[in-house]
Design a protein around this ligand. Structure first.
Ligand SMILES: [Zn+2]
Length: 143
């Protein structure tokens, strides 16, 4: 089985294709960190298998309770969101936009990038985005 994400992803691109980001001296290292995590996420997604109710051939109703499915689904959604972020970061690394906030264009704090190499927003914009665009999972988990 192929990882579906690979079809629109850039899993096999090489470091040689990197653009020059004005903010990042160690683009090659960042690239490897992002690629490493991406492969991990991809493997996890593969391990979980298909979860779409209509396509889940190996999964009978009795095998997985509604609740289990829900938890797995949420986990998978989080993985896919993460994968998208990693792909976006790799894209920015390619076109030289890495390290800049995709919203306001300001340089992203270096510590923030160290903590999350896939970060696409500066702290201020991330705060705004978190306020406007809560993932339901986090909302319900806090209740
Ligand atoms: Zn910003």
């Amino acid at each position: 089985m192929r990882c579906l994400i690979m079809d629109d992803g850039i899993l096999l691109q090489s470091v040689e294709g990197l653009g020059h980001s004005p903010f990042i001296a160690n683009a090659g290292e960042v690239w490897e960190v992002l690629q490493g995590e991406k492969e991990e996420v991809c493997r996890e997604l593969l391990a979980e298998g298909p979860l779409f109710h209509s396509e889940a051939s190996g999964l009978s109703e009795s095998e997985a309770s509604e609740n289990d499915r829900e938890i797995k689904w949420q986990h998978r959604v989080l993985l896919e969101v993460r994968l998208r972020k990693l792909n976006d970061a790799l894209d920015r690394l390619m076109d030289g936009g890495y390290g800049r906030c995709t919203d306001c264009g300001e340089e992203i704090d270096r510590k923030r990038l160290l903590a999350d190499p896939a970060a696409s927003l500066c702290i201020a914009c991330q705060g705004k985005a978190d306020g406007e665009n809560q993932i339901p999972y986090h909302v319900s988990a806090g209740q």
